[in-house]
Design a protein around this ligand. Sequence first.
Ligand code: PLP
Length: 356
Amino acid sequence: MSRPLAPKALLAPRLLPQHVPGLDALVRPLELVERPTPVTEAGALGDRWKLGRLWIKRDDLSAPLYGGSKVRNLEFFLGHALARGATGVVTMGPLGSHQVLATAVYGRRAGLATRALLTPQPDVRESGLNRKLLPALGMEVIRCERFIDVPLGLLRARFGQLEGRAPYWIPPGSHHPIGVLGVIEGALEIARAIEAGELPPIDDVVVPTGTCATAAGLALGFAMAGLPVRVVAVRMVPMLITGPGKMRKLARRTLALLRQAGYARPVTLGEILWLDQFAGPGYGLPNALSDRAALDVAELADFRTETTYVAKTLALFQQRDLQGRRVLFWNTYSAVDPDPAAVQPEHGPHWAGAPA
Ligand SMILES: *Cc1c(COP(=O)(O)O)cnc(C)c1O
């Protein structure tokens, strides 16, 4: 179900430009996220999992058309693409990718042509959904049946013309400083809520981790706000494409971008706990602990889970490693599936990144 778009005037002002006044000169984001996303306490779930407290950062509610973590990244990518005069965008991901679906939704809304390269993955609910929704959203899909077809497919996808020119490239998982900028805003929302006394101090922020763009943005955002929280990154994709070193590097590259925009404050990343042991038996495949976690959430909380990231990350709490700690879970998975009929191109002056 999609709700009518919120009047833009009701959105809270962005916090990142208050830290980095020169940011607008570098990239002006589109207004896609209903800021700030809520934080709700999941008391019954926290009790079952023996946590001190448990809150959920409701990035599942980041936008009424289609939420989840990728909307924050796309605010910046699409603003950047439009400012550069792009007429189309291209991205890539596994068949069930949320990033690909989010790009189809918000690229279309921004009036851009969209294309995606899809790579093989085990069947999850989202693969069936994407099969149906991507064409309905007007996305051009290049599907690789085998991994060996990916390099050639990528060349075609990335450099083949779309609307008469090469499309703007959005890397898989939004693993790029431009996309990470959007995640920083989410971390700053938490810091502001704690400063304002609306949220008690927290010990750990637990984040489902793929390419680690989200975890990197959170670590950087908390560091910029001077908020001492530990980022617990729970890996769900093969180590080949992610890792704590890549996470720190992406945070540093994003900080370098902010330095270009004139941000001068010294920044030291806080504590990071990187966990590898919950990814089994493979990308997109559940395990006994994740099935148990999904049942606990269905019984005791009001958000939905999916197999690839959220349930497998929450499996961590079955193991009592964070017992007694005050935990904020970063809910990356959209609360709704998009309705293609509700996704219409929108143009106008409030599209901050649109060329004049
Ligand atoms: C993309 C995604 C992630 C992983 O985010 P990264 O920034 O690539 O680490 C986690 N959860 C969900 C639901 C996602 O769609």
